[in-house]
Design a protein around this ligand. Structure first.
Ligand code: ZN
Length: 175
């Protein structure tokens, strides 16, 4: 059943306005004429009972209500001034939305914490790498031996600084 202007807001919004309110009590025709530009199209033959506008002046929020002279309509519109959404969520929907918001906040908090831990771990790893790199003794690259081509056979000779004894040993094993 759709919510009408006579329906009361959920209890959490059904209290004295928490922001300054300017109320205009008008006839049904006047309310409809005033509210129509701000609201979705009205089915033929129906009238608006009230509407409200949130305005900021010098950073201060206040609420303007246009409504018929009826206490339930007053509470309905004041409920909107107190934060009741325009799609009229029920008590259950409000509670569900609040729980979802809390869950998402918690999730975001945990995700943030997780990311912080990951970042910290990466930092520790980087530091360790730095330590490993610093701790490694400096090594000089082996010098490339200078090769003098053999003029008789055209083959490259064994390098002058080759470990000859080792070579003989290797050749001996290879036989
Ligand atoms: Zn409403």
């Amino acid at each position: 059943m759709p919510v009408t202007g006579f329906d009361l807001p959920p209890p959490i919004y059904d209290h004295r306005p928490s922001i300054p309110v300017i109320e205009h009590i008008l006839s049904l025709e006047e309310v409809t004429k005033t509210c129509t530009p701000f609201l979705p199209p009205l089915p033929l033959g129906q009238s608006w009972l009230g509407c409200n506008l949130h305005r900021f002046v010098d950073g201060k929020e206040f609420c303007i209500i246009y409504r018929v002279a009826n206490d339930r309509v007053k509470r309905h519109e004041q409920g909107h001034c107190n934060g009741w959404a325009g799609d009229h969520p029920s008590v259950e929907q409000v509670a569900k939305q609040a729980a979802e918001l809390e869950f998402r906040k918690q999730e975001a908090y945990l995700k943030g914490k997780q990311n912080a831990v990951i970042a910290q771990a990466a930092e520790v790893k980087r530091d360790l790498m730095r330590e490993v790199i610093v701790a490694t003794p400096k090594r000089t690259l082996p010098q490339t031996p200078v090769l003098h081509p053999n003029t008789t056979n055209g083959l490259l000779p064994w390098p002058d600084n080759a470990p000859v004894t080792d070579l003989k040993q290797v050749l001996g094993i290879a036989k």
